[in-house]
Design a protein around this ligand. Structure first.
Ligand code: PBG
Length: 337
């Protein structure tokens, strides 16, 4: 009935009422097009030196850096909730950072020790290792520099050795996030040459130069150090065709899986790649995306759990096989009731 009591003629609907299946919970359950399970989640963990050490990351309420012993416990908890894999990111001590980031090649560095400790204690969880030099360089860039330039080929050579020590320490998945040209092929060749043909390469193929990495850079201690910007290697947020070229190239070089990063502002890129290539696509819901939800929830602006769940479902709808998210454990617990 309209305001004046007159009944509108809705014949033009032809009997189609799209609200009908939304009217009850059971009916919504039946026609839901996507599901999110703990098996879709990869949990990024920040690692620090020490014993029983936990440091909250101020810009990421609810996230802490953890010493290796606690990271082992975290990995156990994650696996118990059905999370298939964790991704490790070290906060390297200041005295171990250098212009060339050579600590990345130390078989006994923080992330390598964390990889082997988790591999020993929780062999049933997948271990993802980030390949890039930014946690190890004094200038905060993912590669080595000459003047203001990030050198491509020299960096690739170092990254292949970084990937190798990580794989030898127990990494199941090597995830280059550095955006140098040619690193996927070079890393694949080195891994295969060392008998590591089972190691998966997950390429951060479409990684954008984004403002949403801010809290991560705090967490690994590279933010305050960063000299200049990453615009000469990470992608321009205005570009989509460039993402197709990156993915094409990385697949040709031997990437097993593809990542898009950040996540929420780039769901169109996830879908574009999924429709174009027959390959598993992952998205990284990055630190700034986590912070937006966590801090808005703290301020009472949105409901944390509901926003978390909705944001993660969006990745499934966009065609992603899995999502790297700081919400992983919390989301898995919620899904498991
Ligand atoms: C660096 C790297 C970054 C992230 C993962 N690996 C930051 C950057 O490129 O500066 C960001 C992840 C996040 O923001 O959660 N190789």
């Amino acid at each position: 009935m309209s305001g004046n009591g007159q009944k509108y003629d809705l014949d033009f609907l032809g009997g189609r009422r799209l609200r009908r299946p939304r009217m009850t919970g059971w009916s919504r359950d039946l026609v839901r097009e996507n599901v999110l399970t703990p098996g879709d989640l990869i949990w990024p963990i920040f690692v620090i030196e020490g014993q029983n050490e936990q440091q909250p990351v101020k810009t990421m309420p609810g996230v802490s850096r953890m010493s290796i012993d606690l990271a082992v416990e975290a990995a156990k908890a994650a696996r118990a909730e059905g999370i298939p894999a964790v991704a490790l990111f070290p906060n390297t001590a200041a005295d171990k950072r250098s212009e060339d980031g050579k600590e990345a090649l130390n078989r006994d560095n923080l992330v390598c020790r964390a990889l082997s400790a988790i591999k020993d204690a929780v062999p049933e969880i997948g271990l993802v290792a980030d390949v890039a030099l930014d946690p190890y360089t004094t200038h905060g860039h993912d590669g080595v520099m000459a003047g203001e330039e990030i050198l491509n080929d020299e960096t690739v050579e170092i990254l292949t050795r970084q990937a190798l020590v990580q794989a030898q320490s127990g990494a199941d998945v090597i995830a280059p996030s550095d955006m140098m040209d040619g690193r996927i092929g070079a890393i694949r060749a080195v891994l295969d040459g060392e008998g590591l043909e089972r190691t998966i390469v997950l390429s951060y193929a479409a990684k954008y130069a984004s403002a949403f990495y801010g809290p991560f850079r705090d967490a690994v201690g590279s933010g305050a150090r960063l000299r200049g910007s990453k615009l000469t290697y990470q992608m321009d947020p205005a570009n989509a065709e460039d993402a197709i070229r990156e993915v094409e190239q990385d697949l040709a070089e031997g990437a097993d899986w593809i990542m898009v990063k950040p996540g929420m502002p780039y769901l169109d890129i996830c879908r574009l790649i999924k429709d174009r290539f027959d390959v598993p696509v992952f998205a990284y819901q990055v630190s700034g995306e986590y912070a937006m939800i966590a801090i808005a929830a703290e301020a009472g602006a949105i409901d944390r759990e509901a926003a978390m769940a909705e944001s993660l479902m969006a990745f499934k709808r966009a065609g992603c096989s899995g999502i790297l998210t700081y919400f992983a454990l919390e989301m898995a617990r919620k899904l498991n009731g």
